[in-house]
Design a binder for this molecule. Structure first.
Ligand SMILES: *Cc1c(COP(=O)(O)O)cnc(C)c1O
Length: 372
């Protein structure tokens, strides 16, 4: 079976884990700080601090917690996203307001979001679907005019750029995931990019159960036992073991990105103009694709999935619409016809760095054969 997604690790990650295990301390320590520095440099974030956590979901949760929302405050979010976006919003007592995406690129439809804004709306959570950040400057201007904070769910967009800057190097709060399938992996992990040192300090406290330790005294190590608890917090810190894997993956990131872009461009070239398909308009000079998703038209998606499965090609539907899940069905919301339509069309083809050129050509041939 050709898998739809999978991580690529090698002897470097194995060696890093071995070194980590030999240190006999696996919690948050110097390796996590080193990964934060390396990420800051890689992304070019300047003065915007990086806070590593144990998942992308935890990054979203911390970002929202740092906004001091009141219970019942609303966060605008596309219904078409991984459920982690919705769970993070409800975890802080806020209410997700599911919005439409644009049919073409599956990014948040700001005109639709505008129609759903109420006085309780405090933030917007755009999702950089498939790795495409869209027009970030336009998005932030739109949010600023409406007094909304922005928490970018950039789980798909590690490495993507917009206007000459990497995602994370601009904007307000930006959240990445390094789970096992993302553009780089820590095994499990995530990072939150904060707008300033104050918000990063608060996020850092909340990441570690709200515990504040006194500064290290001259010449001595910081005490582990002397601390005060100053805020609600969670157990969201990253393990050194995950950080060590992330540091190795970061070295490979440029090669990973180039390969992902190469495969996506090849798919685009092979599928452009085929009747029965709609491709996402993504600029791979800017975006590092996490997914290669297309829309299968004329109600033929289930048949295409079955056709590919018979030929040992795994596919995925990213994602079912969140407003249709049992937990969210009773959110008061105007209909979301575009989302419901595209959720019946989207299909993700295999995209990862373990795919060979032959496998890519095989997948292309099977898709073409199905449509012919
Ligand atoms: C992966 C993902 C997350 C959550 O990241 P984890 O590290 O798996 O917790 C959030 N949002 C989207 C869109 C994702 O794809």
């Amino acid at each position: 079976m050709i898998r739809v997604s999978q991580p690529v690790t090698g002897p470097e990650e194995l060696d890093a884990l071995k070194r980590g295990l030999e240190k006999a301390y696996f919690g948050h320590s110097a390796d996590v700080v080193e990964l934060e520095k390396a990420l800051a440099e890689f992304l070019g974030v300047g003065e915007r601090p990086v806070v590593c956590v144990n998942s992308g979901t935890a990054a979203l949760h911390l970002a929202l917690a740092s906004l001091d929302l009141e219970p019942g405050d609303e966060v605008l979010v596309p219904s078409l996203t991984f459920v982690a976006s919705f769970q993070a919003i409800t975890a802080v007592g806020a209410v997700p307001v599911p919005c439409e995406v644009r049919e073409t690129d599956l990014l948040l439809d700001l005109d639709d979001a505008d129609r759903r804004i109420t006085p309780r709306a405090k933030a917007v959570m755009p999702v950089h679907y498939a790795g495409n950040p869209g027009d970030l400057a336009g998005l932030h201007a739109w949010a600023a005019q409406r007094g909304l904070r922005v928490v970018e769910d950039a789980a798909h967009a590690f490495g993507s750029s917009c206007g000459g800057k990497r995602v994370g190097a601009q904007g307000d709060l930006v959240c990445f995931s390094f789970d096992s399938l993302k553009n780089i992996t820590c095994g499990e992990g995530g990072a939150l990019i904060c707008p300033d040192a104050d918000s990063a300090h608060r996020a850092g406290l909340m990441r570690g159960l709200g515990m504040e330790r006194p500064q290290a005294t001259q010449g001595g190590p910081p005490s582990r036992s002397a601390y005060d608890v100053v805020t609600q917090g969670w157990r969201f810190h990253m393990s050194n073991l995950n950080a060590l894997v992330g540091l190795e993956q970061l070295k490979k990131a440029p090669a990973f990105f180039a390969r992902r872009q190469q495969i996506a461009r090849r798919y685009d070239e092979a599928f452009s103009g085929l009747a029965g398909l709609a491709l996402l308009p993504v600029d791979y000079a800017q975006a590092v694709p996490f997914l290669y998703t297309l829309r299968v038209l004329q109600g033929r998606r289930a048949d295409m999935i079955a056709h590919l499965r018979e030929r040992e090609v795994e596919t995925a539907v990213n994602y079912p619409a969140n407003h249709q899940h049992s937990l969210y069905r009773n959110l008061a919301t105007a209909p979301l016809p575009v989302t419901e339509d595209v959720c019946g069309q989207i299909l993700s083809l295999p995209l990862h760095c373990a795919l060979s050129d032959d496998q890519v050509e095989f997948i292309i041939a099977q898709v073409r054969a199905f449509l012919a």
